[in-house]
Design a protein around this ligand. Sequence first.
Ligand SMILES: [Zn+2]
Length: 498
Amino acid sequence: MRYILSNPMRSLALFLVFVINAAAQVAPVSGKRYARLAIRNATILDGNGTPAAGPFDIIIENNRIAAIVALDPVAVNGGLRRLPADVEIDAKGKYVLPGLINAHAHIQDSRDGIPQPLEYELKTWLACGITSVRDVGSDFTQTLKLRAASAAGEIAAPRIFVYPMFGRAGVGIRFADPQNAAEARTAVQQVKQKGADGIKLIQVRRDVMEAVEDEAHKLNLPIAHHAGVEEANAWDDVRMGTRSIEHWYGIPDAAIPDGVQNFPATYNYNDESDRFRYAGHLWREADPKKLQEVLAAMVKANVAWVPTFDIYEASRDLQRAQTQPWFTDYLHPALESYFKPNPKNHGSYFLNWTSNDEVFWKENYRIWMAAARDFERMGGLIGAGDDAGFIYQIYGFGLLRELELEEEAGFHPIKVIQHATANNAKILGMEGQLGGVRVGYLADLIVVNGNPLANMKVLYPVEGEGVEWTIKDGIPYHAPTLAAEVREMVKKARSARQ
Ligand SMILES: [Zn+2]
């Protein structure tokens, strides 16, 4: 009797579940924001260093994560709840992560004097799952306009954080090269007034750096520092309060017992072959004990580290760098031309690169990677960025390679994902908004065909793998479609040059 009574109730419940599910079996249109978008049956890998869990339904309202509903047997035992939506993405068997953040990027509209459409770079980023970039040196005015267009959803592009470049290097893209403290302060005020998100320092004198940092702190502008071989090193970053050290220069330098690297008499810093060859000797000259003191001081002063392992990889294995499979379909002819060994192009220093150089660099990497790992173990904040557009790295692909290299450094894949999401959000000052899969956060998410914790390579835009959807600010972009558009752009540009 009770069985007969309960049966219609059960049918009704099943019918309601069916109606809710059936009502929104519509996939989103790429590039369109919806009032309510559902990602169903997702395995979530949050950016906060915790393991994957699922399945969940994620509900996005406009550009925010509005609800995350657990669907695992334990949760369902307490009552199944499927929230309705206008459109939905079925993420069964897929991993959903916070959108990747590229903490070291350059927006480039030409290479080697050849025009390169901005659309090529912006869409490649999205196709690789990147929803935010920290631009650390580009045409400042143009990049501010791009930032606004991206924020308004007018172009398919990641969020852009603009850090104009100050220093002696970067002629053509730098904003200013202040010669003294007064000029430095004026320049900082100017970029603040124009709307900069931070400042990138490259090759500046110590007194200029001091003034830039002091003025920037007053105006709440974080500093990213690419030290190079110069007066200032990591001790200055610690003392002055730099937000992040880029690459690695300045860290081993701060631990060299005699205060200067053992350069040969003929060394010329402006000869890039010299510069990069002897950079490969630098880590071994750092005193291991002093190095630990430098790292500890960085942790204490809250100086983060964005190592960009990917951008020097050609130095330890040139052949690998020159024969990446992505080059066939994704290498724009402007980049291709720029990458060819040529003393005129920054980072194209391979005219006479030897096996000896590669061996020095391999050891350089071993010490560098161990230092990065020690730094995190002490409590330091490691980020992830690629510096693509130089040294055989294509935009987006470079960041994915960076994740692989951070894994090679010994970081657990969960930590690697944290570096590229929550840690980078923190470096940007966007913690609590970006870098996590959490109710109330901005809806920057990626739906991945595969488990990056088992294999970071599933993130590359390869047939049957890669990111399926890149959702930025609530707007879903179908990543394979964007990747196809990029390949088409490359094809056209190549045939136009023939
Ligand atoms: Zn750079």
